[in-house]
Design a binder for this molecule. Structure first.
Ligand code: HBI
Ligand code: FE
Length: 292
């Protein structure tokens, strides 16, 4: 953990950089963000907002419009929570970065979205390993204004706690990855983005829709559960929902029998295409071939 950030933002870290509170929350300490940090937000915000018309789904655009998320300053979590609470009963709480799985799931199960308190450095605009306030707030929070996504992410929290007990966390995490983080949806006769990992990334916002390289496949729950993913590069496959409302059904499915079934099958590489896949566009794979 970066002790400079600790000093800057004045929260008390315990042993090994672990924050003092058991749920890993820390004060956002909004007043302590520096002008440079707000300027980093402004750069990222402007860049994404220019890209998203016609690419991001209506739910995202709508959520963004109704929230106190502004161009030139890092949002204040308390103000976000007030509006979210009124619409879908969610809150945003600050955490230092990645938190342990069980802590993460516990928050989601209680409709608290843990958002990174820090913002990436100005020389890391395009890639960082831990979720920061831009990824978490710009990427995730607008979708939490959508009732279906609001329920789905809470269900993921409950499902995560259960999957841990069943030893099936990997399978469930793939569902989160290919929906909440990197999901596409059909809308207005085209494909649009709803995944937070994409809407918060300038290059992937274009790549996922416009590059001939990745596969775009119809979403299938059991198929997604078997599919590995890239954490360090653009995705090789995007899974497409027919409508966001399909997530609602997903939130209601009992995953336990599926874990049994899928657990007996081989996992699939991130670039697989099966005869049973609903292929929307088959990628040529060129982007990733050039990178090995
Ligand atoms: N912590 N802050 C934060 N954000 C995440 O998205 C996150 C996390 N801890 C664990 C985790 N995600 C995932 O690996 C689980 O969804 C499996
Ligand atoms: Fe995320």
């Amino acid at each position: 953990m970066d002790t400079t950030a600790t000093a800057l933002h004045g929260w008390a870290a315990g042993e090994a950089g672990r924050p003092a509170s058991p749920d890993w929350t820390i004060p956002q300490n909004w007043a302590a963000y520096t002008p440079q940090e707000h300027a980093t937000w402004a750069t990222l915000y402007r860049r994404q907002m220019a890209l998203l018309p016609g690419r991001a789904c209506d739910a995202f655009v709508d959520g963004m419009r109704r929230l106190p998320i502004e161009p030139d300053r890092i949002p204040d979590f308390e103000r976000l929570s007030e509006v979210l609470m009124r619409h879908t009963g969610w809150q945003v709480v600050a955490v230092p970065g990645l938190v342990p799985d069980d802590v993460f799931f516990e928050h989601l199960a209680h409709r608290r979205f843990p958002a990174g308190q820090f913002i990436r450095r100005a020389d890391q605009l395009d890639y960082l390993q831990e979720p920061d306030v831009f990824h978490d707030v710009f990427g995730h929070v607008p979708m939490l204004m959508h009732p279906v996504m609001a329920d789905f992410i809470q269900a993921y929290g409950h499902g995560g706690l259960r999957a841990q007990r069943l030893g099936a966390l990997e399978m469930l995490a793939r569902v989160y990855w290919y929906t909440v983080e990197f999901g596409l949806v059909r809308e207005a006769g085209a494909l649009r983005i709803y995944g937070a990992g994409i809407v918060s990334s300038a290059s992937e916002s274009r790549f996922c829709l416009e590059s001939p390289s990745p596969h775009r496949l119809g979403f299938d729950l059991a198929r997604v559960m078997r599919t590995r993913y890239r954490i360090d590069d653009f995705q090789q496959t995007y899974f497409v929902l027919d409508r966001l409302e399909d997530l609602l059904r997903l939130a209601e499915i009992d995953f336990a029998p599926l874990y049994e079934q899928v657990g007996r099958l081989d996992t699939l590489p991130a670039d697989a295409v099966l005869p049973t896949d609903a292929v929307i566009s088959r990628g040529d794979g060129r982007y990733h071939q050039q990178r090995v």
